[in-house]
Design a protein around this ligand. Sequence first.
Ligand SMILES: Cc1cc2nc3c(=O)[nH]c(=O)nc-3n(C[C@H](O)[C@H](O)[C@H](O)COP(=O)(O)OP(=O)(O)OC[C@H]3O[C@@H](n4cnc5c(N)ncnc54)[C@H](O)[C@@H]3O)c2cc1C
Length: 418
Amino acid sequence: MARSKKQSYKDFEKKNIVILGAGFAGVRAALDLDNLLRHHDEYEIILIDKKDYQVYNSALYEAATTEHSLVEAKKVKKTVAIPLSDIFRNTRVKVFKAYVDSVDVDSGMVVTDSRIINYTYLVLALGSTADFFGITSLEKYGFTLKNVEDAVMIRNRVEDIVTKKDSARLVIGGGGFAGAEFAGELHNLIKHECIHHNKKCENFEIMVVEGSTAMISSLPENVSKMIGDRLSGMGLKLKFSTLITEAGPNFVVLNKTEKLDCDLLVWTGGVKAARTPGNPDLERDRKDRIVITDNMNIKKYPNIFVAGDNTGFLDPQTKKPIAQTAQEAIRHGNLVAKNIFRAIMEKPLHPYQVGNSKYIIPLAGKYAIFYSKNLVIHGFLGWVIRRAADLRYFLSILPFSKALKHWLFETEIFMKND
Ligand SMILES: Cc1cc2nc3c(=O)[nH]c(=O)nc-3n(C[C@H](O)[C@H](O)[C@H](O)COP(=O)(O)OP(=O)(O)OC[C@H]3O[C@@H](n4cnc5c(N)ncnc54)[C@H](O)[C@@H]3O)c2cc1C
């Protein structure tokens, strides 16, 4: 078996805390553990990801809609990829760029494509993947928007369509957060590409197909309506209570009956948790989220904690799974770090408290809707709040000058389409 050829990372003097996934949850957990364990050299903090950067997902829709002639692909990547070496420069977190092949929960071992690592504590924070609801043609022909490569491919495809065609239909499957944000910015991109290539913008239709009765239907009705009005006011076609039931190289089928020509299909209609590699025997819900205790660890394996989109945790009030968002993932990472520290100190663990979520939904140009429990702000001020939230996040993970530099660079690139 290949395993024996792999280098084993086993320092007998130290105990390993291994974090799988350098997304919002994993990065937060690693930074907080580094801080909490500063006087505990007997612990090694190891963060493993297949990439050597964190993807700032919240801005992927912007990256996918930067105009070709204005921004080169290398710069697009820089806007949403934050190097892990910058984040962990002044810490003792060891970052391994490796693909996790399997996790052996019984012997406490992580097998990657380059080494085997034993752990005393493990954090599972591998994020999520697109859910195609078993429709294989959708998986084959739909573009997803989950990483930097997706963003670059989508923008190349849009450029290709506008260059070669005089009219086209671009379909976005799913009117949730990602679908709504992407739709608005795609409209701007099409507008700019049409001007650049001397095409008629009104001949390029953007259609959002959504299964429920409104855009981002998890938000209160008035906010959903505001989002729908903004997009339809820009000329986008919104189809509610409609499912994409089949896709092909140049068509989509709606509700099993209506076949439409389609030049680009972007699927943002659902996510499910990324499966833990090696499929260890862990209890999961129907979206593959791992069932955890109030303290965010697994009942059968209390030294394994779960954070971010991997987490299957029911809100005690609504009895619904907690949202799969970056802000939740950051909260999880923070609590998981605290609880690992408390377990080491042999103190009782803290339970997870569902927080009051705030949402910012950017909808093309310098416009965004900010929503929290009792407050809705929309328009330019919403956009300013969004820019401030981005800066706040970068400051929370990067040294001041790097955070500011990244934010200014991102702002400059993303404003080119506005
Ligand atoms: C387009 C888009 C827009 C979004 N916008 C927002 C927003 O505006 N606000 C908001 O709150 N949320 C937003 N979200 C949701 C948010 O990004 C996720 O909820 C969040 O990223 C979850 O964090 P995580 O740490 O669980 O996973 P992720 O951030 O996805 O990180 C998981 C990490 O695991 C790594 N990984 C996975 N499998 C392996 C493996 N086998 N080996 C090695 N490494 C592996 C991946 O490379 C990745 O770095 C958006 C998501 C998308 C896709």
